[in-house]
Write a protein that binds this ligand. Structure first.
Ligand SMILES: Nc1ncnc2c1ncn2[C@@H]1O[C@H](COP(=O)(O)OP(=O)(O)OP(=O)(O)O)[C@@H](O)[C@H]1O
Ligand SMILES: [Mg+2]
Length: 337
């Protein structure tokens, strides 16, 4: 459905000089700075996939989406969406895609929502029959009737987001681009929006590309993620592979009955590992022993047996590395081979 082939986007802006004199100098200078916001990115996305497109602030996510929607023309490379080059054939492309930018609405601010929908119906040439079928579905999953007659400017953020999502889907697009669709929403509305996205994807096989800073969106919706950093693609694969590869840390926390015995317990010796391979901490106030290790080097039962042989354990908790931690690590340090 989508083929992105070595695309890059450079933004060229006049060089800035510091201070007031600099500002004046800048007016007469012809020096330019080039910022490569997207740097040689390629991927393909199949029909019906939901792909999370993630990266830290300024990584180039929105710029990529803008090229895929035809708002921006790539400086280099090519992109095809449903067989069409979006920046060359904007009109045809518009029929195939729906876009929601969480940061701003695409609807007419002063018009009642219902009128925005009527206008969109005309713009996209949606037949009466298709309109009725679509609206029945959208009304149900997005609960639009609650505020359908109100001007868009009077809607709450959550209502506006549901309205925007509905508007983007009215013409049954093949591809749906969502740029931070759950930003600023409370947990309940977030959950509703996610459910709606999943239902739309299942019912119509809509291909979805989603950028987000909310790890919950990713976990709930995406089986595949693409991570970009400083304009370059640094990971493309399944969420499970990412967790397998980077989420190898395990933390076992145990509440101990006889804290006085802990001192004598030398876990690394019993487990036969080096000190740096197993981090042992004891919280004297809570009587909690926390052991952190790599699951490929040490097994959880080994740790439990070693401790329980020596002391009585009241309670046990086993934690995996959370996806949020993994992603933070990758944003900070990149991917390691
Ligand atoms: N029109 C523009 N002119 C100049 N630079 C731009 C323009 N649009 C974006 N940039 C720069 O390109 C880089 C990538 O921006 P982009 O909006 O794609 O990031 P993003 O990944 O969407 O970030 P965020 O998570 O903050 O939304 C940034 O450094 C940004 O300042
Ligand atoms: Mg963005």
């Amino acid at each position: 459905m989508i083929k992105v082939d070595h695309i890059s986007k450079d933004f060229i802006s006049p060089k800035k000089y510091p201070g007031l004199r600099g500002a004046v100098k800048g007016l007469f200078s012809s020096e330019k700075v080039v910022k490569t916001a997207v740097d040689d990115i390629s991927f393909t996305i199949d029909t019906g996939e939901i792909v999370g497109y993630i990266g830290s602030n300024g990584a180039g996510k929105s710029t990529t989406i803008k090229m895929m929607t035809g708002i921006l023309t790539p400086t280099r490379g090519e992109c095809l969406v449903a067989g069409i080059d979006p920046s060359r054939h904007r009109k045809e492309n518009a029929q195939n895609i729906g876009v929601v930018f969480g940061q701003r609405t695409q609807l007419w601010w002063d018009l009642p929502l219902s009128e925005s929908f009527t206008i969109l119906k005309e713009i996209y040439n949606v037949s009466d029959e298709n309109y009725a079928e679509r609206m029945e579905f959208l009304n149900r999953v997005l609960e639009l009737p609650d505020f359908f007659d109100r001007p868009v400017r009077t809607l709450s953020l959550g209502q506006r987001m549901r309205a925007d999502l509905g508007a983007a889907l009215l013409h049954n697009p093949k591809v749906l681009y969502l740029d931070e669709p759950t930003i600023g929403l409370d947990l309940v509305v977030k959950d509703n929006i996610r459910k709606a996205i999943r239902e739309i994807n299942e019912k119509y096989q809509t291909t979805v590309i989603l950028t987000t800073h909310d790890i919950g969106d990713i976990e709930e919706l995406c089986s595949r993620i693409i991570i970009i950093d400083e304009g370059k693609k640094i990971y493309d694969g399944s969420l499970n592979d990412l967790k397998d590869k980077y989420g190898t840390k395990r933390k076992v926390s145990m509440e101990i009955k006889q804290p006085e015995k802990i001192k004598k317990l030398s876990l690394t010796e019993i487990l036969g590992v080096k000190k740096e391979e197993c981090d042992v901490e004891f919280d004297k106030e809570k009587n909690m022993l926390c052991v952190t290790f790599d699951k490929h080097k040490i097994q959880v039962p080994q740790v439990l047996t070693a401790v329980m042989d020596a002391v009585e354990v009241k309670d046990v908790q086993i934690q995996e590395t959370e996806l949020a931690e993994i992603v933070k690590e990758i944003y900070n340090h990149g991917v390691t081979a």
